[in-house]
Design a protein around this ligand. Sequence first.
Ligand code: HEM
Ligand code: NAG
Ligand code: NAG
Ligand code: NAG
Ligand code: NAG
Ligand code: NAG
Length: 312
Amino acid sequence: MLFLTAVAGDILQPGFYGNTCPKAESIVREEMRKTMLKEARSVASVMRFQFHDCFVNGCDGSVLLDDTPTMLGEKLSLPNIGSLRSFEVVDNIKEALEKACPATVSCADIIIMASRDAVALTGGPYWEVKLGRKDSLTASQKDSDDIIPSSTLNATSLIDLFKRFNLTAKDMVALSGSHSLGEARCFSVTDRLYNQSGSGKSDPAFEPIYREKLTKLCPSGGDENVTSGMDATPRVFDNRYFKDLVSRRGFLFSDQSLFTSPETREYVKLFSENQTEFFNAFAEGMVKLGDLLSTKPGEVRLNCRVVNQKAS
Ligand code: HEM
Ligand SMILES: *[C@@H]1O[C@H](CO)[C@@H](O)[C@H](O)[C@H]1NC(C)=O
Ligand SMILES: *[C@@H]1O[C@H](CO)[C@@H](O)[C@H](O)[C@H]1NC(C)=O
Ligand SMILES: *[C@@H]1O[C@H](CO)[C@@H](O)[C@H](O)[C@H]1NC(C)=O
Ligand SMILES: *[C@@H]1O[C@H](CO)[C@@H](O)[C@H](O)[C@H]1NC(C)=O
Ligand SMILES: *[C@@H]1O[C@H](CO)[C@@H](O)[C@H](O)[C@H]1NC(C)=O
């Protein structure tokens, strides 16, 4: 696995497009605002791209590349297939930016700006984004398979994983708070409901009434594409996710394990009691996540789904 990263501070800067595309940030925000009115969930789906892009060889738009006859991309990796969505939102943003300032704003930066806006537009914090990333010439399905965590991981394993990216346990818990927005499939909870760790039983960490509700939504052998919010207010970016973990109404095993585990429980409690603490830690975590850069050669793609030039 590649963990080579350039020093973000040498490359990225706020207002990077100040001269070349002064309206870049306002164009992205306007597209995200329109998107949210059309389909509320899609802004969450777009925000998730920042995680699935930046953990796989840095924030380089690799997650957006379609497969080619010679390259298996990340869209169809096990954690992404049937789950990552709203690629067309990035296409629409790119189209608007290409009209305003051709061949200038990278797809990798679009993900970073759009993720910030998704959070701000749904009631969460706002932060300054550093820009100037380049788009990759390739993508790696294998790296996506190997790196993007499954919801069967517990807090200890998640701490270890995030540490490899210089992200602390506190960063990891705060970033998991992104599950305040969006939806997950029954597919992601059926083992927890009916066969936790191969036990043939449900996860004892469930609050019983919540479990009852989920077994109705996600019956054994039912349609695993049915979705649920991961907290009780999936359209609002707030600390309800952490309150739900405290009352053992977390959806994913990985979510609930943040409260089960003594290594992370105090952060869950802190964020559940003080939304400002959560918002500050979340913004800080997103900036650190956005600082993960690739050292491979890059370009500004004209279409986020395909490279301009052939990778050699
Ligand atoms: C800590 C480790 C994490 C794990 C194990 C994890 C796992 C998952 C899973 C299993 C789903 C539901 C997939 C489905 O059933 O289709 C999901 C959804 C989501 N994740 Fe994560 N995730 C993690 C961290 C993050 C981070 C760091 C972010 C963003 C910064 C993020 C953003 C999202 C969003 C917004 C959704 C909902 C997407 C939608 O509605 O389309 N996740 N995650
Ligand atoms: C669930 O979605 C996947 C692709 O996202 C599809 O292949 C499958 O047929 C769907 N299953 C049902 C029961 O609709
Ligand atoms: C967490 O998961 C790891 C890897 O599967 C396992 O070795 C460890 O025992 C688990 N920790 C707890 C507290 O369950
Ligand atoms: C983590 O920090 C160390 C020390 O500053 C640095 O050498 C390493 O490249 C960083 N790793 C990542 C993935 O950013
Ligand atoms: C539960 O999981 C275990 C291990 O993955 C598997 O062997 C077993 O068949 C499963 N049981 C049911 C009822 O699906
Ligand atoms: C919540 O956290 C913020 C930021 O650390 C702090 O200023 C504020 O006093 C805290 N609020 C409460 C009620 O503890």
